[in-house]
Design a protein around this ligand. Structure first.
Ligand SMILES: NC(=O)c1ccc[n+]([C@@H]2O[C@H](COP(=O)([O-])OP(=O)(O)OC[C@H]3O[C@@H](n4cnc5c(N)ncnc54)[C@H](OP(=O)(O)O)[C@@H]3O)[C@@H](O)[C@H]2O)c1
Length: 303
């Protein structure tokens, strides 16, 4: 496993996403969490809305049974989505964190991310919530998710906290933040500015770029592995999987980790054996040629 700095601590470059674990039994959750730790994965990504809170609850059963596991983990959760809106108000953030801590059966979060940008945000008000959470020891570090460069700058300018991470959707089949950089100043569709340079911003500001849905096409459009819509991509992935002697999904994760930022893959698998496939990616460095060939095999062209 490879580890990267997240503010003042170290996290695995593969993180476990818990969006799909709500249906696990406590025994299955225990096996799953221990399998992740055995792979060297110390990073667990939650959100107050996953399974309506059930994902955090089931994870909490694992910690309740063996509290010593907590010290081996970096636990992150997210808030801001509720009742059909996005909400960065101080009261909501504070109340959400209390709910998260009680469901997870822990006294602190290693990081809290704001899940989706609230257009009505007041950075200073968010700062008040962050300061209270930090001084009470409930949250150690902060970040955001699904924000473009300007939203991060705005929030950071008034909230008084360094944002340590941004969690964005990225896969070989969904890569607007890459497309916009490659197609600058062309009239091609890929030139559309959808993130305003999040990749470059995160590099310049030493932020972890966490990537969600690493195997999905579109917006929760299903996995692109073995999808006939992506036959050229799958063929080339098979070739690379053979060359590196790894499963095919490993190549998809390695494509993300090859980017020259503090990259982190948040896998959504619920299968302990597939956690191993993700972990293998931390040891692979695709060549520049292979990286570009994968990018193009997903149906894109270079200008
Ligand atoms: N910030 C945000 O707005 C946001 C949004 C969405 C998600 N997230 C985070 O990102 C995490 C990952 O998202 P995701 O679950 O969409 O990611 P994903 O890893 O792209 O998709 C997971 C799905 O892929 C399947 N899968 C994994 N390996 C496979 C393989 N080799 N062949 C076929 N299917 C395979 C999994 O099934 P199995 O379980 O059977 O392996 C699961 O159904 C979430 O858990 C959450 O923590 C964040």
């Amino acid at each position: 496993m490879k580890y990267i700095p997240f503010g003042n601590t170290q996290v695995s470059s593969i993180g476990v996403g818990t969006m799909r674990i709500a249906g696990m039994t406590p025994e299955q959750a225990d096996t799953f969490v221990r399998a992740a730790l055995a792979e060297g994965i110390n990073f667990f990504d939650h959100a107050d809305i996953y399974g309506g809170g059930r994902s955090e609850e089931i994870f909490g059963t694992v910690l309740a049974k063996d509290p010593a596991l907590r010290d081996k983990m970096f636990i992150q959760s997210k808030c801001a989505i509720h009742d059909g809106m996005y909400d960065f108000s101080k009261d909501y953030i504070l109340q959400s964190v209390d709910g998260i801590l009680s469901r997870l059966k822990t006294d602190h979060l290693d990081a809290l991310l704001l899940h989706r940008p609230d257009v009505l945000m007041e950075p200073e008000e968010v700062g008040e919530a962050f300061a209270q959470l930090k001084s009470s020891g409930k949250v150690l570090q902060f970040g955001v998710s699904n924000m473009n460069r300007w939203q991060m700058e705005l929030l950071e300018s008034g909230c008084g906290e360094k944002l340590q991470a941004n969690q964005m959707q990225l896969s070989i089949a969904h890569a607007p933040m890459i497309d916009e950089g490659i197609n600058v100043n062309t009239a091609f569709d890929g030139a559309a500015v959808r993130t305003a340079g999040v990749l470059e911003y995160c590099r310049m500001h030493d932020m972890v770029l966490e990537t969600w849905s690493p195997l999905q096409k579109g917006f929760f459009g299903g996995v692109f592995l073995n999808d006939s819509e992506y036959s050229e991509l799958n063929e080339y992935m098979d070739t690379l999987a053979e060359e590196y002697q790894v499963p095919k999904d490993t190549i998809a994760y390695a494509w993300i980790l090859r980017l020259p930022a503090k990259m982190q893959v948040i896998t959504g698998t619920t299968d302990p054996s597939r956690l191993h496939n993700a972990a293998l990616a931390a040891d692979i460095t695709l060549t520049r040629k292979q990286w570009y060939e994968l990018y193009k095999a997903a149906g894109r062209r270079l200008p």
